[in-house]
Design a protein around this ligand. Structure first.
Ligand code: HH2
Length: 273
């Protein structure tokens, strides 16, 4: 299992892209990326999430060939070293290549909507699937953001994604409210505040990705290269509310924040779905 119930799973972010919003270009060559993946695992990441396409607002889509070229060698090297790996992609071909190279999970921010074949590919490999909430495509996702009741709408739409994945035969499913994906700061805050209700309604483990995102900068004025404290605070709140996994850039710092939040949640009896 990628997100077992008896721990808070730390998912370490490894972007092999030239243009990711906080670490673009730092791990674009295979050697640097593999070294970073090993470092994340040493720092406490239970899973290393390897991505080859930025999904920041306004990002340009890259071809499956380019994405495979960036991710497959990194996935293969980390998996060969015994590190559990997920691949962060919206494309079936990229997921298939990563799974063949040893990845054990697929992380799709589009919730299986961008390329529905991704569901079949994941099911056929017996892999786990993280389904994110996203309306439309990353390129235009911040252009026309409209929610009446963001918590209810995201819960419903994620529920529909989960249902499609179940019908396709995917075994292990994890839901993610898609913080920052086609949402304004007020929506991100409402989703974090309502996380326990979202988790209860969906009945599956929940992953949250807040790391270094712009709504945190809006709250404190910190630039993207100095948002780890904000990220740890938000991750801790999410874990206290019941998040089963957090996706983070600074694994060492998040591990400490999550240890405290997880203990408090245990004391408060918030862990059960
Ligand atoms: N956020 C990003 C990418 N993938 N996956 C999930 N499940 N949840 C998230 O919140 C999430 C995600 C965006 O962050 P990052 O990878 O740092 O940046 P970029 O998309 O620019 O590569």
């Amino acid at each position: 299992m990628i997100v077992p119930r008896d721990r808070v799973t730390l998912v370490g972010i490894l972007n092999t892209t030239p243009d990711s919003f906080s670490d673009g270009g730092r791990f674009a060559d295979v050697e640097a990326a593999v070294a970073r993946g090993r470092e994340l695992a040493t720092q406490g990441a239970h899973v290393v999430d390897v991505g080859g396409e930025s999904t920041r607002p306004g990002a340009r889509e890259v071809s499956a060939e380019v994405e495979i070229g960036r991710t497959r060698p990194v996935v293969a090297a980390l998996a060969a070293g015994g590190i559990p790996v997920s691949v962060d992609t919206r494309k079936a071909a990229v997921a298939e290549a990563a799974l063949a190279a040893g990845a054990t999970a697929v992380n799709d921010v589009s919730g299986g909507r961008h390329d529905p074949k991704l569901l079949e590919v994941t099911a056929a490999a017996g892999a786990a699937l993280i389904l994110g909430h996203l309306r439309g495509e990353p390129a235009g996702m911040q252009d026309a953001v409209v929610f009446d009741d963001v918590l209810a709408e995201v819960t419903d739409e994620l529920g529909a994604s989960l249902e499609r994945a179940r019908r396709a035969g995917v075994g292990e499913l994890v839901a993610d409210p898609g913080i920052g994906f086609g949402k304004h700061a007020e929506h991100n805050l409402a989703l974090l505040a309502g996380l326990a209700r979202l988790k209860q309604a969906l009945g599956v483990p929940v992953l949250v990705g807040v790391s270094r995102k712009s709504f945190l900068g809006q709250l404190t004025g910190s630039p993207v290269e100095d948002r780890d404290l904000e990220s740890h605070a938000a991750a801790a709140v999410a874990v206290f509310a019941g998040a089963d996994a957090v996706r983070v850039h600074d694994v060492a710092g998040a591990a400490r924040a999550v240890a405290v939040a997880g203990a408090l949640r245990g004391a408060a009896g918030n862990a059960a779905p």
